[in-house]
Design a binder for this molecule. Sequence first.
Ligand SMILES: [Zn+2]
Ligand SMILES: [Zn+2]
Length: 317
Amino acid sequence: MKYKKLNTLLIFVMLLSLLVSCNINNEIISESSEITSEVSTFSSEISTEASAEQSEGGSSEEQSQPNNDLLRISFIDVGQGDCILIKTAEGNNILIDSGSLESKDKVLNYLEFENVDEIEYAFFTHPHADHIGAADEILKSIEIKNVYIPNAVTTTQVYNRMLDELEKHESVVQAKSGQKISFDGIEIDILSPIKDEYNDLNKYSIVMKLTYGKNSFLLTGDATSENEVEMLEKGLDLKADILKIGHHGSNTSTSSEFLTAVAPEVAVISCGVNNRYGHPHQETLEKLKDIDTYRTDQGGTIIVYCSLEDYVIKTER
Ligand SMILES: [Zn+2]
Ligand SMILES: [Zn+2]
């Protein structure tokens, strides 16, 4: 049954991604409602199967009840940087990082395409420009209800621009290991930062594990191997199906011990084509050789569609 569902999901999402990639490439957003309705039709198919599984034969009431869409996690291609949009099954939004200032238009277009007019939770993982460069622009144009930032201090212009906008926000939370958020069926566990002070901004990165039904994601910002050791020593549950590789695949992250503990089926690397840092580094790719790896520099935006049972991944190109 699970296999059959996965196949149906795969075929559907292949069709869907054709539409999505057309839209992304041409910046045509008029078809988005059509896509949403197709996703909706499909997700009620899934829910029908699920309720049929639960109650022998499934009552017609249960079958006709409209269920939610799929959860969508988009690793938006922002060149060298990170920007992840999570659209919940209920249609609410979570944003992790903004990409750099140069990718501002791309991100804002994507948010428009996904009908994002409000963001419930935004996490700006750490104050580097490739993660928060467009944060002030997003804060200006979209209402964000809860903002999480780490307790990192820097004096860069990009950071100050973000802080200026954040001053207008009431709900800014200092992210810390141990915090938990439950929202729209998603459990978010903040795993790092663990310590109060570090000698490098990357080490302040907010690392979170996100669980939705049977699917789990570990999203790491630019956390380094030092953070990975801390998380391992703290005995945190790091196991996840999908790992967003730390620091764009740099060799200063993704230690073998950490990778073994996460034991992901899929790795996602967010990095720019021919970036000047040489990300992802060869050593990291070597460690990932037996793991299904997706890269934004190769595939463009990467979208993971999740039901409570399964997930399917599609790329822009
Ligand atoms: Zn970065
Ligand atoms: Zn960084």
